[in-house]
Design a protein around this ligand. Structure first.
Ligand SMILES: [Fe+2]
Length: 690
């Protein structure tokens, strides 16, 4: 019994204390001691003396000697030895000793945990997620569809280890019908759901946006699931940090899906992994190189590519095929792609995979390479030429996507984190940080280029990661000239809280009229990026200890919950809603966080000052055509958009001559060159589309 207690303690500790490498420095305080990778525990001669004493006092070596060994790990090398212990094929040889190890041992009729799917361009992709299988159990699952009253098996797929996932790709998918599905394993295990038809005939497409499911709360997520079932979104988007158990992705991912399966099972779902999912506190992927520490600030990935690819496979295989599937360094997979749901066209990015790590590339201006404390620093000093944000391949994708409107009425970009640092206090109300480079506000040139690409497509941005919900309008050259961004709140905000709290406690320029919040309007973030704060949802408590203690208390506002975005195709509007975890839907919009809902016009995502209009276009041969405007002086595409109806007056932002192109789904079909701004009385141009 003594042994079991020590063992349990030892197994918990690396996951919950040592592996916590919080973003903003506050986390360092509770790091306590540093333990070596688990593989080292097997050989006392390799452990430094001081550490050896600590390990012996924890009973760690005794534990390591008696069960799982590095040789059994499916992941290579010392960094791979301690990964996914709770879900390894050999768990059946030893008793469970902690929460996740107990959780994954389900009865055999429950081994199909959940399934995720999307369909786009006539291809259905589905991932079935299984709990760990016992030796001798079939390593295969079957997919069945219901046709009339009959269930018919349509495909089989092998269960892939590590990760225990299985994958189905069904071509020639007819997306005009609802199709009940079930995934079966063995004689008794089954997971049942519905593949929805594409909701193209609905005026309003609703997407729920969630992230950051704190592992301090191992309870259910019923209060969120129940609300989502009532609000019935057409698409669920999980922006990352589905797992905070750095070394235990499979078990944590299973727990995530198990808690949410009632709402996951019968609608398309986008999941993208963030830093914690792949076992790092921060990630600057730098094209897949090897990171020198778990902190990741040198750039790259700390854990073996086999672990990273397992996470990518479990979380993203069910997305539409990657648009540019070439792997990055170490053969790490990529997943950036496009998904259309009901006429809303989502670019799905992996915003940290190509990004440069800050360490050694910019002058250090704080205690860590990724933190800036010096007010008044020159922002150009950290915005060095050659630093990458989205990377060339994702920028090429975004630029092509912005001009292709097939199946699209409104566009939006989904990624992990925000294109600004819209936060002041990190981890506690006493920890003020000027800038945290672990956001898409840095490098600033990459940020502005990415936002300009969104603006050219009138796309808003949805993300997570920050734990603090905000809606901002980005400024690129000026305040309010860029697209809107909605950072969703943490689902459960007991991992690392953040606050929007200007040091002078003053509103910015031009505060948002009618907002109940004191600090809205125009601000520079800590990277001197322009942002206009529209709304934010600060936690009411002041530090993580208090927030953890209250994490399941509905009467306390921790600023956690989720976003709901309504894309109205008829009105061409986007409404951002923000719902507290414990909101009571019967109270209607009053139950949302103060400052929400916020409704914008799609065209508000291009906030440049309009100086004039080109001759009105009258389009024959097509409704809702696609119009592109190019500035001839430099060949810059100002925007490409789907218009509403048959006539359109192209706006421009300065004098000069312009080329206008019009087409059905892409701007190919009709072209006029040398157009100049004219008065409203000018004669319209007739556009005949072939
Ligand atoms: Fe997070």
């Amino acid at each position: 019994m003594m042994m079991a207690a020590a063992l349990s303690d030892a197994r918990q500790r690396p996951q919950t204390v040592v592996r916590r490498w919080d973003r903003a420095g506050g986390g360092h305080a509770d790091l306590g001691m540093e333990l070596p990778p688990r593989s080292l525990r097997l050989n006392p001669s390799r452990v430094p003396k001081a550490r050896l004493l600590v390990l012996l006092s924890l009973g760690l070596l005794g534990f390591a000697g008696h069960s799982a060994t590095a040789d059994d790990s499916p992941f290579p090398g010392p960094r791979g030895a301690g990964l996914d212990l709770a879900s390894r094929a050999d768990i059946w040889d030893r008793p469970p000793t902690n929460f996740l190890e107990r959780f994954v041992r389900v009865s055999r009729d429950q081994v199909v945990a959940f399934a995720l799917y999307t369909h786009d361009a006539g291809v259905l992709k589905m991932t079935a997620q299984l709990f760990p299988l016992r030796p001798g159990e079939p390593r295969e699952v079957r997919l069945e569809f219901k046709q009339g009253r009959q269930w018919r098996e349509v495909a089989k797929a092998p269960v892939i280890y590590p990760g225990w996932s299985a994958h189905f790709r069904i071509p020639a998918w007819d997306n005009t019908r609802d199709v009940p599905y079930r995934v079966r394993h063995g004689d008794s295990a089954m997971f049942e759901g519905l593949i929805r038809k594409d909701p193209r005939h609905k005026d309003e497409i609703v997407i729920a946006s969630l992230s950051c499911d704190s592992n301090a709360d191992r309870g259910d997520r019923r209060e969120i699931v129940e609300k989502l079932l009532k609000q019935n979104p057409d698409l669920l988007f999980f922006a990352g940090d589905q797992s905070y158990d750095h070394c235990e992705h499979t078990a944590a991912w299973l727990l995530w899906g198990h808690r949410l399966k009632e709402v996951l099972k019968d609608r398309p779902v986008v999941t993208i992994p963030d830093d914690h999912d792949i076992g790092q506190g921060n990630l600057w992927g730098e094209g897949g190189i090897v990171a020198d520490s778990e902190a990741g600030d040198s750039g790259g990935y700390f854990y073996p590519p086999k672990y990273i690819n397992m996470v990518h496979r479990c979380q993203t295989w069910h997305l539409p095929d990657p648009v540019d599937p070439r792997p990055v360094a170490q053969n790490i997979s990529v997943y950036f792609t496009r998904l259309r749901v009901g006429g809303i066209d989502f670019a799905i990015l992996s915003d940290r995979q190509f990004k440069s790590g800050p360490k050694g590339k910019i002058p250090q201006m704080g205690l860590r390479p990724d933190h800036i404390h010096q007010a008044g620093y020159d922002p150009k000093a950290v915005d060095r030429p050659g630093l990458q944000l989205l990377g060339d391949r994702q920028m090429a994708f975004l630029n092509a996507w912005g001009q292709d409107w097939a199946g699209a009425v409104i566009k939006a970009v989904l990624s992990q984190t925000a294109f600004c640092g819209a936060v002041h206090l990190h981890g506690s109300k006493t920890n003020r940080l000027l800038a945290d480079l672990d956001c898409n506000g840095w490098p600033q040139t990459g940020r502005n280029q990415a936002l300009a690409a969104l603006r050219r497509a009138l796309a808003c941005h949805l993300c997570g990661d920050q734990h603090l919900a905000v809606v901002v309008q980005h400024g690129i050259e000026e305040f309010r000239d860029g697209p809107f961004g909605f950072t969703n709140p943490a689902m459960v905000n007991s991992y690392y809280g953040r606050w929007w709290w200007p040091a002078d406690e003053k509103p910015g320029q031009r505060p948002i009229p009618g907002s109940p919040l004191p600090w809205t309007g125009d601000y520079l973030d800590g990277l001197y990026n322009r942002i206009t704060m529209m709304a934010y949802a600060n936690p009411e408590l002041g530090d993580m200890r208090a927030m953890k203690a209250s994490q399941r208390d509905p009467s306390v506002n921790l600023g956690d919950g989720y976003g709901l975005i309504r894309f109205n195709k008829r009105q061409r509007t986007i409404t951002f809603e923000c719902w507290p975890r414990y909101a009571d839907l019967r109270r209607g919009d009053a139950a949302q966080f103060p400052g929400w809902p916020i409704t914008i016009k799609v065209e508000d995502n291009d906030g440049r000052r309009v100086t004039g209009y080109l001759p009105e276009l009258r389009v024959l041969g097509a409704r809702d055509a696609v119009v592109q405007v190019i500035r001839e002086a430099d060949g810059e595409i100002l925007y490409t958009q789907r218009i509403a109806g048959r006539s359109f007056r192209p706006r421009v932002f300065g004098p000069g001559t312009y080329t206008v192109k019009v087409g059905r789904d892409t701007p190919e079909g009709w072209t006029a060159r040398g157009l100049e701004p004219v008065s409203t009385a000018a004669k319209p141009l007739t556009v005949r589309l072939p």
